[in-house]
Design a protein around this ligand. Structure first.
Ligand SMILES: [Zn+2]
Length: 429
């Protein structure tokens, strides 16, 4: 167990910090507080000797990041797949052509690399979709994933989602068996809900199977700019018809931005009453939507997150694809994701409003009640940035950061030159 640490006068995001005395003397949604790490948990400073205190005047303390939508089975394949320059369909074709190359050895090496980067960047929980064209028991990705989940259990919470074609539901017995295997693996039921595949019948069956096996649902929905795409609308109606008691998450939902105002308002109302959480993927959608070889994109491809949030719908931002056929860049870095979301969505982040979308909101989506916030007795999973303000946080390309897991600083840092960060300030007593 790490020795106690007491950070005096550290900056925190007001909206993400509960149960500590806050001095609201900062602009931009920040406050100052004294926060201790004791026995792996955030603690009241009065419980700690001043001998282990650190003057944290130039530090910004955030919770550990939560990345609730990634694809560990595809990450780092871009060199062999090539990268789409013409949108989603080409990316799917390139990725599927590579499926046979995803051997256990290959998956093992790439998943480890992805988890190491996420961990070093300060992420404490991830949810990964895994392509599941066959039963999980016959899938190399699921087999390797299980070994990774065990190997990383003391450092990362990782949840698997079975990503399948929605048409798999047409074979009821087969789908039921799949759902049983997913439940045995503590997984989540997933599917790609596209304009061509979404029907009320299939979605009704999806909710019935999920309820029978006590599975949560996490879908790729309407990843297109086609204003006619009805996946999200059909999903909301199906949930409202069902007696499904689990969580429902819809990723992407790009088409919603292209509905006329009346349809948009009506759809958002039904999504809110169906308690569907929305995950927006700004890096992949910004890269793939409205892409063509000849033309500069005119459209942004991001879901209408401001309107959705205003209706009380939970919104998270996540990495999605990293260095694969869908997106050639990325580093499993949620600060990079947040910056891209702010730019693409023209989000007013100066009040700290949207920061919860990479912390507490995805934590709630993943059912992790103590994650994504700073509160007494919550695990001291934290990232400390050398940032004096949110302007620094959103502006400086090489912002120094230090990552803590259960109160212990991890060895790896995300910066190539760790001396950039003034280590003296963090010296333990
Ligand atoms: Zn995805």
């Amino acid at each position: 167990m790490a020795p106690p640490l007491l950070f005096r006068n550290i900056a925190v995001v007001t909206a993400l910090t509960q149960g500590f005395a806050l001095r609201h003397d900062e602009a931009e949604g920040l406050s100052r507080s004294d926060i201790a790490f004791v026995d792996g948990r955030f603690c009241d400073p009065r419980d700690v000797s001043d001998a282990c205190s650190v003057d944290a005047g130039e530090m910004l303390l955030m919770p550990g990041f939560v990345d609730c939508h990634v694809h560990l089975d595809k990450a780092y394949t871009a060199r062999r797949t090539g990268v789409s320059r013409a949108g989603l369909d080409e990316a799917v074709r390139l990725a599927m052509a590579d499926f046979g190359n995803r051997s256990e050895e290959d998956l093992d090496q790439r998943m480890d690399r992805a988890l190491a980067r996420a961990f070093a960047n300060g992420t404490m929980a991830l949810r990964t979709h895994l392509d599941t064209p066959d039963l999980p028991s016959r899938s190399a990705a699921w087999k390797v994933f299980e070994t990774k989940r065990r190997a990383w259990a003391d450092r990362l919470v990782i949840q698997p989602v079975a990503l399948m074609a929605l048409s798999r539901l047409d074979d009821g017995a087969d789908f039921d068996r799949r759902a049983g295997e997913i439940a045995e693996r503590n997984g989540i039921l997933g599917a790609f809900v596209s304009a061509g595949s979404a029907t009320s019948e299939r979605l009704d069956r999806l909710f019935a199977v999920a309820e029978r096996h006590r599975l949560d649902i996490d879908l790729h929905v309407d990843e297109t700019l086609d204003a006619e795409a009805e996946g999200l609308s059909l999903l909301a109606d199906a949930r409202l018809r069902s007696d499904f008691s689990g969580r429902v998450t819809a990723g992407h939902c790009c088409a919603l931005a292209h509905k006329d105002q009346e349809v948009l308002a009506d759809t958002i109302r039904r999504v809110a009453s169906a308690r569907i959480d929305i995950v927006s993927l700004p890096m992949t959608n910004g890269y793939l939507q409205d892409a063509s070889l000849e033309c500069t994109p005119r459209l942004r491809g991001i879901a209408p997150v401001k309107e959705l949030a205003k209706a009380g719908i939970r919104i998270a931002f996540a990495s999605d694809n990293v260095q694969d056929a869908f997106f050639p860049f990325g580093d499993f870095d949620m600060l990079q994701v947040l910056r891209q979301a702010v730019l693409l969505g023209q989000l007013d982040c100066m009040a700290g409003d949207w920061l919860s979308s990479v912390f507490s909101q995805p934590a709630a989506i993943m059912g992790l009640n103590q994650a994504g916030r700073i509160a007494p007795n919550a695990p001291a999973d934290a990232v400390i940035f050398e940032a004096g303000s949110l302007i620094d946080l959103f502006s400086k390309p090489c912002l120094a950061r230090r990552v803590f897991r259960a109160g212990s600083e991890i060895a790896a840092t995300t910066i190539s030159d760790p001396t950039q960060f003034s280590k003296e300030r963090l010296k333990r007593a």
